[in-house]
Design a protein around this ligand. Structure first.
Ligand code: DSN
Length: 431
């Protein structure tokens, strides 16, 4: 009998093929990346680093990890890389563990402004529990607020400052941020998880000259397997000649056990792919498609946070009717997958936020072009029009029941089902 898991894998593959994958942190890895990740490398244990392992039988793994590290060094122009972090959150924690001691101060961006939980979100995260965290936000026009960062940096004297975002549609001001960190002697961690593929493609500025440490996940715009890399720059080694060693020790044995060697191989493969002219072209197209989608949505009267995008993502703002949850769910019923997201100065809770975040990395991978963005915007606008009258109740106690009923209606909604069919037909010709 076939294990039902394989039926479910096929069902999920069909959902990925037949719908528009608009979550900006998702992508389609190549067949070779999938082959590496699904290989017998997963059977091996290899605590330690190349040439310094705690288990025997790691000669091949050493070669694979060396290739991954050397490709990353070359691609990003950095002297030291650790490819072992399981993903972005442990990687950010490792950098904090390497640089900070309990009670030291960390300055990062607020979650509701587009920052990431692991940039020191108070109370519940590794950084927020063990360090004194201070958080910066946005200007009125939804840009990273450099004046506030300068004020907070001088007031709190952080030892580590983090620039990087998970829901921010504009260019990251690495140079200006680094200049502020220099004024107070702080380390800079640039978390480029979202834009790494764009950096490689020269469709976004490179943080390497303006950071001591650069961290990226490997599965977003970079299009690899679920993993992460921590890179120490020349500036990082000048600031602390032992920084690379401290980071390696924080990853293993500090926070992790054996690396996932199959993922390391997948990272090596994608770094090879990312070094090609085709990948550079891909990264540039992601940004062009995002711009085209943002203009087409705006033409349909959709309000976007900050008015548009300069990278791969945008956030639609439905604070007028508290509609992030409803629009994201109805879009999924219509075969278009995005995620509900807070907007700056979010009036509701993160569970019922007012925005929807969407982006173009995955749809660009399957070949969609600028000319297709009007079609995509038109489908989204039709769903928004259908949902607009479903206002989130002001009374918090009524929200769960309201959303439950709303979801039931949307699953059978004629307009959503019609759009889903159109999307699937359109995509049949793309794959
Ligand atoms: N979950 C990732 C994202 O969607 O951006 C960040 O961790």
């Amino acid at each position: 009998m076939i294990d039902p898991i394989f039926h479910l894998i096929e069902k999920e593959s069909a959902r990925q093929r037949e719908g528009l994958q608009l979550i900006p942190s998702e992508n389609f890895a190549s067949k070779n990346v999938i082959r590496a990740v699904g290989s017998p490398l997963m059977n091996k244990y290899s605590e330690g680093y190349s040439g310094r392992r705690y288990y025997e039988g790691n000669d091949v793994i050493d070669e694979i990890e060396d290739i991954a590290v050397n490709r990353a060094k070359k691609l990003f122009g950095v002297p030291h890389v650790n490819v072992q972090p399981y993903s972005g959150s442990p990687a950010n924690s490792a950098v904090q563990m390497a640089i900070l001691r309990p009670g030291d101060t960390l300055l990062g961006m607020k979650l509701t402004s587009g920052g990431h939980l692991t940039h020191g979100h108070p109370g519940v995260t590794f950084g927020g529990v063990f360090f004194n965290t201070v958080q910066y936000g946005l200007t009125q026009d939804a840009r990273i607020n450099l004046d506030e960062i300068r004020r907070l940096a001088h007031e709190h004297k952080p030892k580590l400052m983090i620039i990087g975002t998970t829901a921010y549609p504009f260019i990251l001001p690495f140079k200006e941020f680094y200049a502020i960190a220099e004024e107070v002697g702080a380390y800079v961690l640039a978390d480029i998880s979202h834009v790494a593929g764009l950096v490689v493609a020269e469709a976004h500025p490179n943080p390497v000259p303006f950071a001591h440490v650069v961290m990226t996940t490997t599965h977003k715009t970079l299009r690899g397997p679920r993993g992460a890399m921590i890179m120490v720059t020349e500036k990082g080694l000048l600031k602390d000649s032992e920084l690379a060693e401290k980071i390696d020790k924080a990853v293993f044995p500090g926070l992790q056990g054996g690396p996932h060697d199959n993922v390391t191989a997948g990272i090596a493969v994608v770094l090879g792919e990312a070094a090609t002219p085709e990948f550079r072209e891909y990264g540039k197209r992601v940004v062009k498609n995002a711009r085209a989608l943002a203009s087409a949505l705006t033409a349909h009267g959709v309000k976007l946070v900050g008015g548009g995008t300069e990278n791969h993502l945008m956030i639609m703002d439905f604070s007028e009717f508290g509609g992030g949850t409803q629009v994201a769910y109805a879009m999924a019923c219509a075969g278009m997958y995005a995620n509900k997201n807070t907007v700056p100065n979010e009036p509701n809770s993160p569970f019922y936020p007012s925005g929807v975040r969407l982006g173009t990395p995955a749809i660009t991978t399957i070949g969609l072009q600028e000319k297709d963005m009007e079609k995509v915007a038109d489908w989204i606008a039709r769903v928004i029009g259908r949902v607009k009258t479903h206002k989130l109740p002001k009374e918090k106690t009524k929200r769960a029941e309201f959303i439950k009923n709303f979801k039931q209606q949307m699953r059978a909604d004629e307009l959503c089902l019609a759009v889903k069919k159109e999307v699937a037909e359109f995509l049949t010709n793309q794959h």
